[in-house]
Ligand binder design. Structure first.
Ligand code: LER
Ligand code: MN
Length: 270
């Protein structure tokens, strides 16, 4: 497995669960000093990322990009994949495509978390799932053309009513026309929704393509009551070789959270 740490560049996401904030160059340097393998970037738009310049920074630091977030489509532009209006759904797809393209420049997949939206008002559950499948089919194929997977993230019930567990995520992605969509196992969401986090990991099995590494209270790993031993054992059992990416509050501050995370990552994967 490999380590990664999140960097948010999105003003509207202030207060959210990201370790580093706003200063990409500084965050990349600190992540490298601490020994992370990669960074996960949350940007408001692909235009916020100067690809050539960021590639140089990453090369100099010896870091990869683990993934890029797409949640700004919701947080900033208020669009998502299961909206009642086709034009809004198309805008959501277009925004995610632009993020897939940006991530692919770094060989990194894009994550669909909050962009999955929720069913409500004039969209019933079944219709919303049809919209989501349609969106994921288009986006999964687009990502395949760019040579990267697409990552779909089940979220806890307070953030979506689409898929909350790994088993629901598996059911969804196995119903798609593409096999290029992988699951994100976010330990914070799983702690709320799964009967057993380790069993949730086994449920996801070979579909799991990314992990958000965080504690029960969304503080950095080791600052809550998550029992990582059975989780890491389950990840090894399914042959997971991807990233454990720290998506947690910068508690008590960004640098301390990053240091805490890498120490705990080393301890639990030793
Ligand atoms: C949101 O709660 C989350 O976990 C993010 O990774 C998805 O946008
Ligand atoms: Mn997450």
């Amino acid at each position: 497995m490999k380590s990664a740490v999140t960097i948010s560049l999105v003003e509207e996401a202030r207060g959210g669960p990201f370790i580093f904030w706003h200063d990409l160059e500084d965050a990349i340097k600190t992540a490298a000093e601490l020994g992370f393998d990669a960074v996960e970037i949350f940007a408001a738009s692909p235009l916020d990322i100067e690809v050539k310049q960021v590639k140089q920074l990453l090369d100099d630091a010896g870091l990869k990009v683990a993934a890029v977030g797409t949640g700004a489509g919701w947080v900033v532009h208020q669009v998502h994949l299961v909206d009642a209006h086709p034009v809004t759904r198309d805008n959501a797809i277009e925004f995610i495509c632009s993020m897939i393209n940006m991530g692919a420049e770094f060989g990194a997949p894009a994550i669909i978390g909050s962009m999955q939206g929720r069913w409500q008002d004039d969209v019933d559950k079944e219709t919303a799932h049809e919209h989501l499948r349609e969106g994921l089919n288009v986006l999964g194929r687009h990502a395949a053309e760019k040579g990267v997977p697409l990552i779909y993230e089940p979220l806890n019930r307070y953030e979506t009513n689409m898929c909350n567990t790994m088993a629901e995520g598996v059911q969804l992605i196995e119903s798609l026309d593409t096999d290029n969509v992988k699951l994100l196992a976010d330990l914070f969401h799983m702690n709320i929704e799964e009967t057993s986090i380790a069993q949730g990991i086994r449920d996801g099995g070979s579909h799991i393509g990314h992990v958000h590494f965080v504690d029960t209270n969304r503080r950095p790993a080791g600052c809550g009551h998550m029992d990582y031993a059975p989780i890491v054992a389950a990840l090894r059992e399914i042959g997971y070789e991807g990233y454990l990416s720290a998506e947690a509050y910068p508690w008590p501050d960004s640098n301390a959270a990053a240091k805490q995370t890498i120490d705990e990552y080393r301890r639990v994967t030793a």
